[in-house]
Design a protein around this ligand. Sequence first.
Ligand code: IPM
Ligand code: MG
Length: 368
Amino acid sequence: MTTHRICLLPGDGIGPEITAEAVKVLEAIGRRFGVRFEFEEALLGGAAIDATGTALPDETLAAAQSADAVLLAAIGGPKWDSTDPDAPRPEQGLLGIRKALGLYANLRPVRIFEPLIGASTLKPEALEGVDMLIVRELTGGLYFGPRAREREVEGAGAGGSRGMRAYDTCVYTEMEIERIARVAFEAARGRRGRVHSVDKANVLESSRLWREVVHRVHDAEYADVELADQLVDNTAMQLIRYPAQFDVILTENMFGDILSDEASMLTGSLGMLASASLGDGTALYEPSHGSAPDIAGQGVANPLAMLLSVELMLRHSFAMHEAADALARAIEGVLADGWRTRDIAGPETLPQRTVGTSAMGDLVAERI
Ligand code: IPM
Ligand code: MG
């Protein structure tokens, strides 16, 4: 029997609750499709800081590197929030593992589930035909450029006195732009053949290089794909005005972070947005949402973004397309039958069909 070894990183907040549902559903998939999934759990984020003092312990990185795929739930919480630059932060765990595994390509599919159209704050007409893929560069830009907080800088304080100054730098190399552009163009070939490259080339030098390199890669290797440039502020507006125009959105790290939260609202809830982070080695899958500390431990979190991330893992890491299709159909079926977690419940949802995290996981697992 084929065995796939999955490194589980439940992290913080609702992380452990939604991880349990992923394991439940993977076990159902294993039984139905005759494969074995082996799980190894490791610490990341706040949980790791509490246990070891660092957000990304060496053992966690080793476990992730030696697994066939990594499934991460969510990290962070108010307990570890601090503006002290020297305090360890849960986010260092997430950024650290992305960098260490070389996960430069983050894919965030935004697809509308017909039964959830009412859960979106947008009019149903605006959502017609929405099916996009955000390709976010994940290991460059402002997140990883040179940064500092300088003290005692002349003129930086009130009234021109000495004070503090801080900076983050957005750095991109041609190589980094080329490889993420290829990911977007390849993805577009398997879809509707259109890429919007999003930048701020009217202001930023890094965006001007971005635009140049994206066009060079396009003209040389992907002239069959339709390419349009769009400024990021315009994209933020177009996502709400006419979201169906987008097929693949290609963008740098921070713009992708912001635009993907915005785009998740087309689906009705951030709890429906999955993601795959790919590089040259082990891939990592995680929901795009955070650790939702406000509802942690209550059993009400929506596990569907996590389960949709499992779907991406089945496809990209294990080439189990039939199983991935079965999982997607199971999720669609559960939604079509009216089952909802709190975040996606609408006025039309029957109270007896509003379920918690574990019941939602059961409903999906039963349909595999
Ligand atoms: C995301 C998250 C992370 C990011 C945070 C938690 C560091 O918002 O995956 O979108 O900014 O990349
Ligand atoms: Mg984000």
